[in-house]
Design a protein around this ligand. Structure first.
Ligand code: PLP
Length: 456
């Protein structure tokens, strides 16, 4: 429906904005849903229509939209020290406080923290450090990196090259050279007839080893992996997958970089996805729930060994020549620090563990719906995959846009979810209540039936 009023926000949006992750042509006709305020787990349209934000925005607004303590932390930090940087031996005090807090929270012993402003920047930094330290280690040929089909690691030139979704690369002249692709661990889609989850995991690990051997282990430096793949469709790793993958990486001296941008800070029912799936990363990226998304901030943690090589190399070169103007911004750090305090005081991990059965079993009940092929998830993140044929698992023709249609029905029913292909993702604020989950599920039940009716 095109925006009706000539001077409406929607019309002005069409005339002025380039929208990320949007079909720009369709947007010219439909315009945006304009959101003007938030409260609890809800956001409100310009006309006052409430929506349960069942994606926490972009998997990020973990504490919902009414956390006044974060507003206070931001305003106090803004009046005390609205900006300072960490270049050339200087630093805001609060940036140090946050680094210390994050190191104490790390799932494995980490050495140091580097701050950036977005997940993509943290991933880019990780890739640059992989190259930097292998130069320090006298291994200038050990530079290729591995990422998976359907991975999502961001949209900058390097992080989009690691991302394994065609839309992020096609016609952007990506990926850059040196990025190798290995198979997606989605058992429902790629498991073979009669193959158990464990056998599928073994096959994926064997494929990884073959890739490493065919390229030459001495040319491969690192593998990037999200504990649960988010934007690729909420793909939960099959049993034994990370155990087997990590054994292969270890055998060939390849670093593991856990991309915790979605999974970090409670989403999977532990503080880190790395704890849920027993990853032992050498570096970790994080963002989103680090500040409940109230301020843009991301971080990269690196092991002591990696930091030691960075020191060596910067001594040789005279400077560690990398850093963002706003990295470690005092206002963002103050908000992140307060967010972490709230997680601790309210025991956010236990909160997620208490509420997630209602969320997961509620969604699992849709398995009996004629359109639903698979329901997958862990903690407070899940996806429901719609299929044309439940027996053969045949997908719909992508041109039909079944997932998008279902998401639209869902939105009209007062719930914002996200279609990723024909999978509908849910990743609500971690503070969602049982009643709000019930409301979300009711909106989705109706949307599924509306989609079925539309298809007939
Ligand atoms: N890594 C993962 C796992 C993500 O989900 C995202 C964003 O959704 C990113 C990296 C990129 O983060 P940003 O959008 O802040 O650049």
């Amino acid at each position: 429906m095109p925006p009706s009023l000539p001077n409406s926000t929607a019309q002005r949006d069409i005339e002025t904005l380039i929208h990320p992750y949007t079909n720009l042509k369709v947007h010219q006709d439909t315009g945006p849903l304009v959101i003007s305020r938030g409260e609890g787990v809800r956001v409100f349209g310009e006309d006052g229509t409430p929506y349960i934000e069942a994606m926490a925005g972009l998997w990020c607004t973990s504490l919902g939209w009414s956390e006044k303590r974060l507003v206070t932390a931001a305003t106090e930090a803004m009046s005390r020290l609205p900006f300072y940087h960490s270049f050339t031996h200087k630093v805001p005090d609060v940036t140090v406080d946050l680094a210390e807090r994050l190191l104490a929270l790390a799932p494995v012993k980490m050495g140091k923290v580097f701050f950036a402003n977005s997940g993509s920047e943290a991933v880019d930094t990780a890739l640059k450090l992989v190259w930097y330290i292998n130069n320090a280690r006298g291994k200038p040929l050990k530079k290729k990196v591995i990422a998976r089909e359907k991975a999502y690691h961001g949209v900058t030139i390097a992080s989009a090259s690691l991302t394994g979704l065609p839309a992020c690369q096609n016609d952007f002249d990506l990926p850059i050279p040196g990025v190798l692709r290995t198979g997606c661990p989605h058992y429902y889609r790629f498991g073979q007839e009669g193959e158990s989850e464990q056998e599928f995991a073994t096959r994926r690990a064997d494929e990884l080893e073959q890739l490493i051997l065919s390229e030459g282990p001495d040319t491969i430096a690192a593998m990037f992996a999200e504990p649960v793949m988010g934007a690729g469709g909420v793909i939960v790793p099959p049993a034994t997958y990370f155990e087997k993958i990590q054994a292969v990486l270890k055998k060939y001296d390849i670093l593991l970089i856990a991309d915790e941008v979605i999974c970090g800070f409670g989403r999977t029912g532990n503080m880190w996805g790395s704890q849920t799936y027993d990853l032992k990363p050498d570096m970790m990226t994080m963002a989103k729930a680090l500040s409940s998304a109230y301020m843009p901030i991301s971080a990269l943690m690196v092991s002591d060994e990696i930091f030691a090589d960075m020191v060596k190399q910067s001594e040789k070169l005279g400077v560690f020549g990398h850093g963002y103007t706003y990295g470690g911004h005092p206002v963002a750090c103050a908000v992140a620090l307060e967010t972490l305090k709230i997680y601790e005081e309210r025991d956010i991990v236990s909160t997620v563990q208490d509420i997630s059965p209602a969320f997961q079993t509620g969604l699992a009940a849709f398995k009996s719906h004629p359109l639903v092929g698979e329901v997958r998830g862990v903690g407070l993140v899940a996806a429901v995959e719609l299929v044309k044929n439940k027996t053969t698992r045949e997908s719909f023709d992508p041109k039909l846009g079944v997932g998008m249609k279902c998401a639209k029905f869902l939105q009209n029913n007062g719930v914002i979810g996200r279609a990723m292909g024909d999978s509908l993702a849910f990743s609500p604020p971690l503070i969602i209540s049982r009643d709000e989950i019930a409301e979300m599920l009711a909106g989705f039940a109706k949307a599924l039936d509306q989609t079925l009716e539309w298809l007939q």
